[in-house]
Design a protein around this ligand. Structure first.
Ligand SMILES: [Zn+2]
Length: 278
């Protein structure tokens, strides 16, 4: 017989699965959700089921080594990754994994979501790095996640998807929404040809607000790329002399860098130059 708390958590997992599926964050049987509901028990979604059509009785209870305690089905194929998160982060109670398409596009392109673009992302997630590619459902994946999980509550998984964690189920789920939303906005800004970035000083001011908002970040923001392996959230933010928003000058073209033009653009430039000679 499961406890009242367990009944509620089963129902919450069903609801989050529906939301992941309804928002297009998972196709087919993709994705998995889990919650650590006692010192030694984890409730997780089952293998080979669409997250949009689960029922509370489908969930599987395992111990922290992944051994099945109860349930008619087999636990999620990514259970090892969830257990690794619980091992590394005693403060974390819930884990959500999905394949939201825009964020996963960044993961495929190898572009981390680490630019200082949105205040709410800086105060909550800080930066969203990319864990190296690993074969899904193998031991490689938890190893790839281990590098970033101590300092981050959300990350992209190279050529795979995204992972978010939280101190409760909905907290972990909302971070998945934030990552996909941030990825969408970043994509639109880049398609429009310009990202205005939040300057370093303002990033540090936003970081200070974490305390007053009661946001418990696992690590501080750091603005130095060389600190990438340190226990901090590396954010790309420009220096500024006064302005709090700075045009994207993080990677200005080097003088010797190749610039590609279309035939039409090149012709226009040449015509312009010839006109100015006349
Ligand atoms: Zn996956």
């Amino acid at each position: 017989m499961s406890s009242r708390l367990e009944e509620k958590l089963r129902a919450d997992i069903v609801e989050i699965g529906r939301r992941l599926y309804a928002r297009g964050f998972c196709a087919s049987n993709d994705g998995n959700i889990s919650i650590r509901f006692s010192d030694s028990r984890v409730l997780t979604t089952p293998k080979s089921v669409s997250k949009g059509f689960m029922t509370p009785d489908m969930m599987v209870v395992v111990d922290l080594d992944g051994k099945k305690i109860s349930g008619d089905r087999e636990a999620s194929s990514e259970l090892l990754m969830h257990l690794e998160v619980y091992r590394q982060r005693p403060d974390i109670v819930a884990v959500v994994h999905a394949h939201p398409p825009i964020a996963t596009g960044f993961a495929v392109a190898g572009i981390p979501l680490d630019r200082a673009v949105l205040a709410e992302v800086l105060t909550t997630l800080g930066s969203i790095p990319i864990a190296e590619y690993a074969t899904p459902s193998t031991k490689e994946l938890p190893e790839a996640v281990r590098k970033y999980i101590k300092a981050h509550d959300g990350m992209l998984l190279a050529n795979h998807g995204a992972l978010t964690v939280g101190s409760d189920l909905f907290g972990a789920y909302y971070k998945m929404e934030t990552i996909e939303h941030f990825a969408k906005i970043s994509l639109v800004a880049r398609l429009l040809g310009r990202e205005n970035l939040i300057a370093r000083e303002e990033v540090l001011r936003l970081q200070e607000l974490r305390g007053s908002y009661g946001i418990k970040a696992p690590a501080p923001i750091c603005l130095d790329e060389t600190a990438a392996d340190a226990n901090c959230q590396v954010v790309q933010a420009p220096e500024s002399t006064g302005s709090r928003l700075v045009a994207d000058v993080i990677n200005p073209p080097r003088p010797d860098e190749e610039i590609r033009l279309t035939y039409r653009e090149l012709s226009a430039l040449l015509e312009d130059a010839i006109r100015s000679l006349r």
